[in-house]
Design a protein around this ligand. Structure first.
Ligand SMILES: [Mg+2]
Length: 263
């Protein structure tokens, strides 16, 4: 295995569930890897498509599990949406279909959130959704507002084989009623890595995405020209990997093995 591309990476983006832990069970060697990365000269970011929670919620959770985590180490699709709006639609009037946590996140980026005359409709994983928000969003979209969605996930997996309707499903309703399709920001869309590259000044080819899902964690790296590491500690089986159209750059059993390789 030629490790040059991997070892040249300066920034590592980590998926969380299925990669570093499963629920509240932290994988062996995961904390040690994160603690050792700065000494190995690597930066790291915990990356999530969940736009219902704020970055600070993840800092609390990760610290409780024992992971090192400061403000600069967490990046959500909600934060990516804030940066994307400032870059592509600066100062525009934005109507949000999202949680209070997402609202606060966008306000922290200086986004101009409005209730009337919106030029942009932003949708997130809105666990506080009410009909009035859908009604307003549909109204603005039908009058030409730009449609931005934080993450494309149809559902959010829950314990005991349950799911919650996620951002992609809310957007499907709005597309059906307005005829407008969204631009998605979160994984697997390259926007997620592009905004991180702009934010950190690190080129995409020196960014490595580590995760357990081919169609999000690995696809985002492939779409953005970044390096990808698939870990087999979560969703992807050997069988699934064999039949995948595009193969990851590297395949490892878990993040403990990644630590051994980087040392
Ligand atoms: Mg995962």
């Amino acid at each position: 295995m030629d490790l040059t591309k991997l070892k040249n990476c300066e920034l590592f983006l980590f998926d969380m569930d299925g990669t570093l832990y499963l629920g509240d069970e932290v994988y062996e060697g995961a904390i040690e890897l994160m603690e050792d990365l700065p000494a190995l000269g690597k930066q790291y970011i915990y990356l999530t498509n969940n736009s219902s929670r704020a970055g600070t919620d993840y800092i609390t959770r990760l610290k409780r599990l024992g992971f090192p985590c400061e403000k600069e180490n967490v990046f959500t699709s909600g934060m990516a949406t804030g940066l994307y709006l400032n870059e592509k639609a600066p100062g525009k009037r934005v109507y949000l279909v999202g949680t209070q946590a997402f609202r606060r996140e966008l306000l922290s980026y200086g986004i101009n959130l409005v209730e009337e005359d919106a030029e942009v409709v932003v949708v997130g994983f809105d666990t506080e959704l009410v009909y009035e928000k859908l009604n307003k969003a549909c109204h603005f979209l039908r009058r030409g507002a730009w449609f931005i969605a934080a993450n494309p996930d149809w559902v959010c997996p829950m314990p005991h084989d349950e799911v919650l309707p996620d951002c992609g499903s809310i957007c499907a309703l709005l597309t059906a009623s307005s005829g407008v399709k969204p631009t998605y920001i979160g994984k697997p869309n390259r926007n997620m890595i592009d905004v991180i590259s702009t934010m950190t000044g690190i080129p995409n080819e020196k960014i490595c995405a580590v995760g357990d899902r081919l169609y999000t964690d690995i696809a985002v790296a492939q779409n953005a020209g970044a390096v990808s590491v698939l870990v087999l500690s979560g969703e992807t089986t050997e069988e699934l990997l064999r039949t995948a159209e595009r193969q990851p750059d590297y395949v490892l059993p878990d993040v403990h093995a990644l630590h051994q390789v980087l040392k």
